[in-house]
Design a protein around this ligand. Structure first.
Ligand SMILES: [Zn+2]
Length: 206
């Protein structure tokens, strides 16, 4: 049986500061006002402070920046899209790092091309693969390309950064067999991709 507490934490309806539509909190980004010129994007929805919510889309974030956040907080906040987008990108990066380490700790992380390729050849469709952005030739191998086509590959981080986290000199590819961690990884990766593009767009338009 679901307790009242469970219901309120997972199903609480929030209003998007961009489009004013209501949605479950999980579908929105939580934003906390730190001071008049600083907001913090709270990807884990745990930060103390008055929060506002916004859909993780260019249109809703832009509208929120132009006035929606000020209405939500009852006070002006000065924030630009590049700064907001950068916060999301960095937050998503930290979140993915945490998820990867959680998978490593719980022994649900396959590290290295040999292990991952073997598991892929056994046709594990749920496997979520993290491929270093500087992976090199492995990125064009057939077994990786097949997974890319199925939307199961996240091109993220670098071989040295992955290696540092996982206690090796470098890691080109790894994959989690934990479907819950895999889904959370995909969610954070989606945010990172969306907001990296927004950071670039803003930079070009200046
Ligand atoms: Zn919205």
């Amino acid at each position: 049986m679901m307790s009242a507490a469970t219901l309120t934490t997972t199903k609480l309806t929030r209003t998007c500061a961009g489009c004013s539509a209501k949605a479950e909190g999980e579908a929105l980004l939580r934003v906390v006002r730190v001071d008049a010129s600083t907001i913090a994007v709270d990807l884990n929805q745990r930060m103390v402070g008055r929060g506002a919510y916004v859909h993780p889309t260019a249109q809703c974030v832009q509208r929120a920046i132009r006035g929606g956040f000020a209405r939500s907080f009852g006070e002006n906040v000065t924030v630009s899209m590049p700064i907001f987008a950068n916060q999301v990108v960095r937050g998503a990066h930290r979140k993915m790092q945490g998820l990867l380490l959680a998978a490593h700790r719980t022994r649900s992380l396959l590290v290295g091309a040999d292990l991952v390729e073997r598991r892929v050849s056994e046709d594990h469709n749920d496997l979520r693969i993290v491929l270093a952005r500087d992976a090199g030739s492995i990125a064009t191998s057939n077994w990786i390309q097949e997974r890319v086509a199925k939307g199961r590959v996240m091109a993220w981080s670098t071989r040295h950064e992955l290696g540092r986290w996982l206690g090796r000199s470098e890691v080109v590819v790894c994959a989690t067999t934990d479907t819950r961690i895999g889904a959370a990884l995909e969610g954070a990766y989606g945010l990172q991709i969306t907001f990296e593009a927004l950071e670039r767009l803003e930079a070009q338009s200046v």
